[in-house]
Ligand binder design. Structure first.
Ligand code: PA5
Ligand code: NI
Length: 204
């Protein structure tokens, strides 16, 4: 790991950073249970484990004082009528924020708090999104090209995937008459939500 100042390049059209330490690839299998159309999910999986998104990380210590950063690329596509998206997570240390800069593509960030507040913000090239502490976040590609974002967050934040895995986000992004629409997630709330937050995890 470099412990001197460094730079790297992000060049169109791909925006793969000119240097990185980890390359994470997430396929359909890692999204089991997240898409509302289970039959569409299983049918698609039977045809192969499609690549949904990739993350290029620069390695930094997972310590407060550090800023973890990298590039997230969500490919275009749908499972049934629901767009390709990231797993999404709360930060294990809830009181940590994140900043996203959209470099390419068209999409949204779906967000919610443990109290059930929700928000959906557009991601378009040049747009900066600040995700405050306490807000779980998931990027969704609603376009036809790669959705590319640069992200940065505190080194000690950690990833809690378990809460979202249990019941998903409150809102889903589906295609209706060719356009993205925000709809309620029927799986959200009720019994699953009562089980509360569980587990924590690192990426991968
Ligand atoms: O830390 C973040 O929020 C991003 O780096 C995400 O990890 C990235 O976009 C991939 O999403 P997820 O970690 O939910 O799979
Ligand atoms: Ni995050």
């Amino acid at each position: 790991m470099l412990d001197i100042p460094y730079t790297f390049e992000l060049n169109a059209p791909g925006f793969v950073p000119s240097r990185y330490d980890n390359h994470i690839r997430r396929t359909l299998t890692s999204m089991r249970g997240q898409y509302h159309d289970v039959a569409a999910y299983e049918a698609m999986l039977a045809g192969g484990d499609a690549l949904l998104y990739e993350v290029y990380e620069l390695a930094r210590p997972h310590e407060s004082g550090e800023v973890l950063h990298g590039i997230s690329i969500v490919h275009p596509g749908k499972v049934g009528d629901e767009y390709y998206m990231t797993k999404g997570h709360f930060h294990t240390v809830l009181e940590t924020a994140e900043i996203y800069i959209c470099l390419a593509g068209q999409g949204v960030m779906v967000m919610e708090t443990p109290e059930g507040d929700w928000s959906v913000e557009a991601l378009t090239p040049g747009r900066v999104l600040y995700v405050p502490p306490r807000w779980a976040h998931r990027s969704v590609n609603t376009g036809t090209a790669d959705l590319v974002t640069l992200f940065a967050y505190p080194g000690h934040a950690g990833h809690d995937y378990g809460t979202i895995e249990q019941q998903g986000f409150r809102k889903l992004l589906v295609e209706r008459d060719g356009l993205p629409e925000i709809v309620d997630n029927p799986r959200w709330g009720g019994e699953d939500r009562e089980k509360g937050r569980r587990g924590e995890g690192e990426k991968g």
